[in-house]
Ligand binder design. Sequence first.
Ligand code: SAM
Length: 234
Amino acid sequence: MSEEVRNMFASISGNYDKMNSILSFGIHHRWRKVTVNEANLQSGQRVLDCATGTGDLAFAFWERLNKITDTLPNQVIGTDFCEDMMIYAHEKNEKIGNAVKFEFADVMSLQYESDTFDISSISFGIRNVDDPKRGVSELARVVKPGGKVLILEFGQPNGLFAVPYKIYSKYIMPQLGKLFASDKSAYTYLPVTASKFPAAENFLDIMNSTGQFSKTYYRKLTFGVAYLYVGIVK
Ligand SMILES: C[S@@+](CC[C@H](N)C(=O)[O-])C[C@H]1O[C@@H](n2cnc3c(N)ncnc32)[C@H](O)[C@@H]1O
């Protein structure tokens, strides 16, 4: 499955940023801001963003750190197992003097030593990972005790928003994918995986099953279209 996932992201990489903004009506910027706020970054802290794709969350962390103080080399690292996605991260990085470091890594087997980072994160990536529990466990392993693992992922909205969202994701999203990215299948796959992925308490159960967190909680975003999961590392 990993190879299929990698190939799919490679095929949509050129349109990824544009489609993100179209499909989420730009709301993903707000969700990333909530994620960065939750990190409550302090000067000198180190951040690892996994499945970084085109790097937006890694850049958001770097911008916040840079507001607090001059950033250090390699203070923010973005990783992904799809080089084609990271091409666009590299392009953006050049504009800020390559301040963020981007490296190849599979989140299920990170090359970093245990207790290295203050924050690790993954946005809209964990549901694509073959073994999400192993991915969460790796995200926790590389974070120092007391640090945070931040996981942003789609959920399934309930209440009044549920039916319109289902119609939008099942019927409209694939058509928008076809229209703007000439790719209906990827934009069918993405909402289908989101609709089946464990959300809210069910995802916290996965996090807790690793035994690596002293505390876990979530924030529901946009009526449950997305969730931010937080784990404090033991
Ligand atoms: C939907 S994109 C999200 C990109 C970015 N984090 C964002 O928020 O826009 C999912 C990313 O997860 C990456 N990915 C999936 N499985 C992975 C794995 N096992 N290790 C590293 N990256 C992975 C894909 O290559 C892709 O770039």
